[in-house]
Design a protein around this ligand. Structure first.
Ligand SMILES: N=C(N)NCCCC[C@H](N)C(=O)O
Ligand SMILES: O=C(O)CCC(=O)C(=O)O
Ligand SMILES: [Fe+2]
Length: 330
């Protein structure tokens, strides 16, 4: 349930990370404080920054640097790993190819998904059953991104423990059949800068990514340090900026956590507009339920929200596939 928030809260999660694997973590004062901040941020905005996350700043920057180098390569080089239905929707998409609510987005990207074995989940996972396509250039690209993805997965699992406690569940609410074997989605994104080449005084700012919600549990956004472009919608419909705060991730809640929490937490609408003349890079990691998880509101959340189930259940993988298939015209 979003409110009329005017800014996005910043949470130092280091006390949670210090105790995340301790059975009595909820009794720790530092953990309790982080949990209450997470609860408030998730209820009020569905968005928050995290610091004290333990992922080295040098790696976070390097991930953006190799991304920038890739997108600056000539088009012929980039389409060597072109995304299509035949590649399992994995690979490179040029500017305008991704579509949000019928309008082409002004971004280019490489989309990656967790590897999955053929036939692993039956017919409905077929559209995504291919291997990721990694660039050969820059040479360390794949290795660096895989190291980063592993760290993001660990970090997200720990933050989700805090969120489980925030919902007054047990710390392992999102383990096991719900998200013990989390599916991840990884988007490496570039937004061209605004050009004043046509002699216009006020350049038109095309939408880098139209208003949308994320699909899973929790997103970790690693954005360029010097451009404000991400905007989050509050209850009155105002767009609140999420300016870069060096050393932090922007985190936000996805559709599956909205269902699990029976609407206590919202998957907040957000969009991206790069009004700067500079090219903007963003690397978004999405932590999601098990691919075949049947997601339903948690009993504890139904109780806390008046006793009625507000959402139908959803199979996460089906939700993902239906989104992916409508994101591209091909
Ligand atoms: N995996 C995630 N969350 N991707 C977010 C992309 C949002 C834009 C997409 N065209 C859409 O309309 O959803
Ligand atoms: O570029 C950003 O800051 C966010 C991108 C985003 O919202 C997404 O890919 O889902
Ligand atoms: Fe998003």
């Amino acid at each position: 349930m979003a409110t009329d928030f005017k800014s996005i809260p910043l949470i130092d999660i280091s006390p949670l990370l210090a105790k995340w694997d301790d059975l009595n973590m909820a009794e720790d004062e530092g953990v309790a404080e982080v949990v209450s901040k997470l609860d408030r941020a998730c209820r009020e905005a569905g968005f928050f920054y995290v610091k004290g996350h333990g992922i080295p700043d040098s790696l976070i920057k390097e991930v953006r640097n190799v991304t920038r180098r890739f997108f600056h390569l000539p088009y012929e080089e980039k389409i060597k790993i072109k995304l299509s239905a035949a590649t399992g929707y994995r690979g490179y998409q040029r500017i305008g190819e991704n579509i949000t609510k019928g309008i082409p987005d002004m971004h280019e990207a490489i989309d990656c998904y967790r590897e999955m074995k053929q036939g692993m989940y039956g017919a409905f996972s077929k559209p995504l059953e291919e291997s990721n396509q990694w660039p050969i250039n820059p040479p360390n690209f794949k290795q660096l991104m895989e190291e980063y993805i592993n760290l993001c997965t660990d970090l997200s699992r720990k933050i989700m423990r805090g969120i489980a406690l925030a919902l007054s569940g047990s710390a392992d609410e999102f383990e096991g059949e719900r998200a013990g074997d989390p599916f991840w989605v990884f988007r490496i994104i570039g937004y061209p800068g605004v050009s004043r080449a046509n002699g216009e005084d006020t350049p038109t700012n095309d939408i880098g990514c139209g208003a949308h919600t994320d699909y899973g549990l929790l997103t970790l956004v690693n954005q360029d340090d010097d451009i404000t472009a991400l905007q989050v919608r509050n209850l009155s419909g105002e767009w609140i900026s999420a300016p870069p705060i060096p050393g932090t991730f922007v985190c936000n809640i996805g559709d599956m956590l909205k269902i699990l929490s029976n609407g206590l937490y919202e998957s907040t609408l957000h969009r991206v507009t790069n009004n700067s003349p500079k090219y903007r890079v963003c690397v978004a990691y999405f932590y999601e339920p098990n691919f075949d998880a049947a997601i339903e509101p948690l009993d504890i959340c139904i109780q806390r929200t008046g006793g009625t189930k507000k959402f139908e259940g959803a199979v996460y993988g089906k939700h993902l596939v239906s989104k992916v298939q409508t994101n591209f015209v091909m």
